[in-house]
Ligand binder design. Structure first.
Ligand code: AMP
Ligand code: MG
Length: 492
């Protein structure tokens, strides 16, 4: 019984300087933690075979599947604002690309699969905790409808990795429509390798933005498209309270997917200054700062494209600036549309943004839970009898009452009836997010007791975030004060 991957690799056709060719490093005693069967089918892979012992040998890197052309990709990046000319896949190996059921080309990558020429001082490995974290949160994001990389499988290696303590090692199989990052462009720009840049840009256009090839100015259109995709993505993050945590340019996907789940986390009580990552000491990547950082990163991308935009430096700069100027408008339009929908407003009125802003302000002042406030508003939309459970989330419930009166007046101008409004609101205001205290508890059970049942159950709950799931209602609850998680770690 052999596992067949329908590989059709294109990145490995690019010149040698784009990557290093190497196979994953073997591990001693692989054991499958979980295979994402639905995703396997979507990728035209056979879940039975993939979970067989031979399949697990492939998913841990002990064997390279037929047709794979394993490579570690080269990239650079700004980390917390400091430029590093060479980063690259230090602990990941791209096995190849498959074309999925919908005809979309997807990268299949092993993460934690051993050292590569880009490892610097790292061991090339991943600990179990961060692998489970990425699995849970990336799959939750997919179920929430946010563009993201996916998790196909998690495998224990049977080996330990040395972090602050000895921890069980694991390998994650990550699926992405792209592993090309802003930092990939920076890699060539830093070497003044204009030919490399052009090849990369043409590759990205061909694979992700074929419309750009039809335009008069393909590279400008490429830049416009990436800017739009990132503006939309960051708006989606804000709608669900997601804090990426390490928006370095090497962690920003050119295809507009959320990538690199390290210290990311969801906000409980609403506060735009929320930061979880232990290494983000100045709040550079705080929840409310994400749009600004997005633009900063895209500005770095635009800089790399200057030689392709025009031979005339001044023209190129003007062109790049014009493209970047569109970011704020695009982001705000996406963010505001989503906010309106969260409040049950389908029509547009000028005062809506003040109404939304005043709710957020009252939430911040009263430490209201972000996710629950909006979810319960969906019930309150049907009538004031639903108010009690929302107002209780505010330290001073009167702050909600004053706002709710204005909201109801505004709702009365909308054509829908209460029931359809409630349904529409529930479809955008999740009941279930991967709350940090739950994520940590699941990881702890797995790492300390080898118990993966909580991980499985949590994944099931997170796969239907917009449904009520009464049996699992406790998963929607915010942490008790003693359960609150204030810090998260990259764990690399
Ligand atoms: P990240 O913070 O995960 O985005 O990683 C930043 C850079 O560090 C990338 O080049 C990674 O490949 C590299 N890196 C992270 N962890 C390790 C590790 N354990 N071994 C080798 N390289 C690593
Ligand atoms: Mg990274």
């Amino acid at each position: 019984m052999t596992v067949h991957f329908p590989f059709d690799n294109t990145y490995a056709r690019l010149p040698d300087r784009f990557y290093a060719r190497l196979a994953p490093t073997s591990v001693s005693a692989p054991k499958l933690i979980r295979l994402n069967r639905d995703l396997a089918l979507q990728l035209r892979l056979d879940p039975e075979r993939l979970s067989s012992s031979e399949g697990v040998e492939l998913l841990c890197g002990n064997r390279v599947p037929d047709g794979a052309e394993p490579i570690a990709m080269a990239y650079a990046g700004h980390q917390f604002g400091n430029f590093v000319p060479q980063l690259g896949d230090g602990r990941a190996i791209l096995l190849g690309e498959v074309v999925d059921q919908d005809g979309i080309r997807r990268d299949i990558q092993l993460k934690g699969s051993g050292p590569t020429p880009f490892s610097r001082r790292g061991d090339g490995r991943a600990a179990l905790g961060p692998v489970l974290r990425e699995y849970l949160i990336s799959e939750a994001m997919a179920a929430l409808g946010v563009p993201t990389t996916r998790a196909l499988a998690a495998v224990l290696t049977g080996e330990t990795v040395v972090r602050e303590t000895l921890l069980p090692g694991a390998v994650l199989t990550r699926v992405a429509s792209s592993h090309i990052r802003v930092g990939t462009f920076q890699f060539f720009a830093a070497r003044q390798d204009v030919e490399g840049l052009r090849l990369l840009a043409d590759y990205v256009i061909g694979r992700y933005y074929p419309e750009a090839a039809e335009s008069d100015r393909p590279y400008r259109t490429l830049l416009d498209k990436v800017i739009a995709a990132q503006a939309d993505l960051i708006a989606r993050w804000l709608h669900i309270g997601f804090v990426h945590g390490v928006m370095n340019t090497d962690n920003m996907s050119i295809a507009g997917e959320t990538i690199d789940y390290g210290p990311c986390a969801f906000m409980d009580t609403y506060d735009p200054a929320t930061v979880f990552s232990s290494i983000d000491q100045h709040g550079r990547y705080a929840y409310g700062n994400q749009p600004r950082i997005g633009l900063w990163n895209l500005t770095r991308l635009a800089e790399t494209l200057l030689p392709l935009l025009s031979e005339d430096q001044e023209k190129a700069v003007a062109d790049a600036n014009a493209a970047l100027e569109a970011f704020s408008g695009r982001f705000e339009a996406a963010y505001h549309t989503g906010l309106r929908r969260k409040l049950g407003l389908l029509s547009e009125r000028e005062e809506d943004l003040t109404l939304a802003g005043d709710l957020l302000k009252a939430m911040a002042e009263n430490q209201a839970d972000f996710t629950l406030t909006f979810r319960r508003l969906s019930d309150a939309a049907a009538g004031p009898e639903g108010d009690e459970v929302v107002r209780n989330l505010f330290i001073n419930p009167l702050a909600y009452d004053a706002w709710a009166t204005r909201w109801r007046e505004r709702l009365s101008l909308e054509p829908q009836d209460g029931a359809s409004r409630r349904a529409a609101m529930q479809a955008v205001n999740p009941a279930f997010i991967p709350r940090n205290h739950r994520v940590e508890a699941v990881i702890q059970a797995a790492v300390e007791r080898g118990d993966f049942a909580p991980f499985e159950e949590f994944l099931t709950v997170l796969s239907r975030p917009y449904e009520d799931q009464p049996a699992f209602a406790h998963y929607s609850e915010p942490p008790e004060p003693n359960q609150r998680v204030y810090r998260t770690f990259c764990g690399t």
